[in-house]
Design a protein around this ligand. Sequence first.
Ligand code: G1P
Length: 298
Amino acid sequence: MSMSASTAFTAAIVPAAGLGTRFLPTTKAVPKELLPVVDTPGIEYVAREAAEAGATRLIIVTSPGKDAVAQYFQPRPELEKTLEDRGKTELLAKVRRAPNLLAVETAIQEEALGLGHAVGCAEPNLRPEDEAVAVLLPDDLVLPTGVLARMAKVREEKGGTVLCAFDIPREEISAYGVFDVEDTEDGDVKKVNGMVEKPPADEAPSTFAAAGRYLLDRAIFDALKRITPGAGGELQLTDAIALLIAEGHPVHVVVHRGGRHDLGNPGGFLRAAVDFALEHPEYGPSLRAWLRDRVGSE
Ligand code: G1P
């Protein structure tokens, strides 16, 4: 079967309505999604990943007062002209990068009622032909990129909903949505028989956790209307997926064996920034030397 309209996706949802409490006081004025990993906001990496996987529309779910996140994807003709006049071609290319990735639209989440609720807020943005939609959590950088394309292939073969899983140490598992899985003939693809949000470590059905990349069948929006508050008193995407599974909807995971950065807290964010900066031609070499010296002297 070739990639058809029924299995491919063109819309990607990025929930970005949170208060960014772990980055207060900075997030009083700057949305956490715009904090620079070296010189580029985390959300640009996530938008690029969605575009690479075939998305042409990015639906950013924001909250009142977080307009800057969507504005970041708008062209800045005057700035572009200034840079052009000054012959700053490299900077010009950087400034144009985000607006050229895909078409950005917004949905507003008025109240912070949970990830499931945030995703549900994007339903009015969908088009009749959107039979599946990708969701990318901007706190999670999944490296190397490409897992969404892999997930789309699995949906093409098996239908339903496909998620990305990481094998996480059991002592950290209670921070995640956790899968109850069954092996398939492909070692990296597992059938999901259940899913539970943030279970205590000794009750977790496995060590496979949801890692911020979802390819959801449109049926999710109906399930999202039928769930009640779960872990943390929030409307959880995990609970809507669990409901679909209970009703016989096929759900699989692709186990991603690469790396991951958690941009959702300052510690994880700094690791990502250092990791990316070490690879940067301009900043890498001197940062490496400085880090050696700084750490070596402890
Ligand atoms: C969310 C999801 C959780 C998932 C995690 C991945 O939790 O609810 O299922 O495993 O993202 O980062 P949060 O980190 O927002 O608490």
